[in-house]
Design a protein around this ligand. Structure first.
Ligand SMILES: [Ca+2]
Length: 90
């Protein structure tokens, strides 16, 4: 009885060694596509922009947005004025 239990534990350990790295790698490579700016700003309060993007506004430009090309690409539909920053906000 104790012999078969050892085999089960060994199998579980081996399986988690194979599956573990795949589970860890997935979130890092996938940029989240937020449904709207309300959801995006819950994680990035000042918006997300491309490297080098400059906020096009008639008032004080937002400069403290998160710079992340992949994240911007996934949410570029939320960049209504097309200045390279999605959901910019002070
Ligand atoms: Ca914009």
């Amino acid at each position: 009885m104790s012999g078969s239990r050892k085999m089960v534990l060994g199998f579980v350990a081996a399986a988690s060694m194979v599956v573990g790295p795949l589970l860890v790698a997935a979130p890092a490579s996938a940029a989240t596509d937020y449904a709207n700016c309300t959801e995006l700003r819950a994680d990035y309060p000042h918006g997300v922009g491309e490297p080098g993007a400059v906020d096009s506004t008639s008032s004080t430009p937002v400069t403290n947005f998160t710079v992340d090309q992949a994240l911007y690409d996934a949410n570029s539909e939320s960049d209504r004025d097309g200045d390279g920053i999605a959901c910019e906000k002070h």
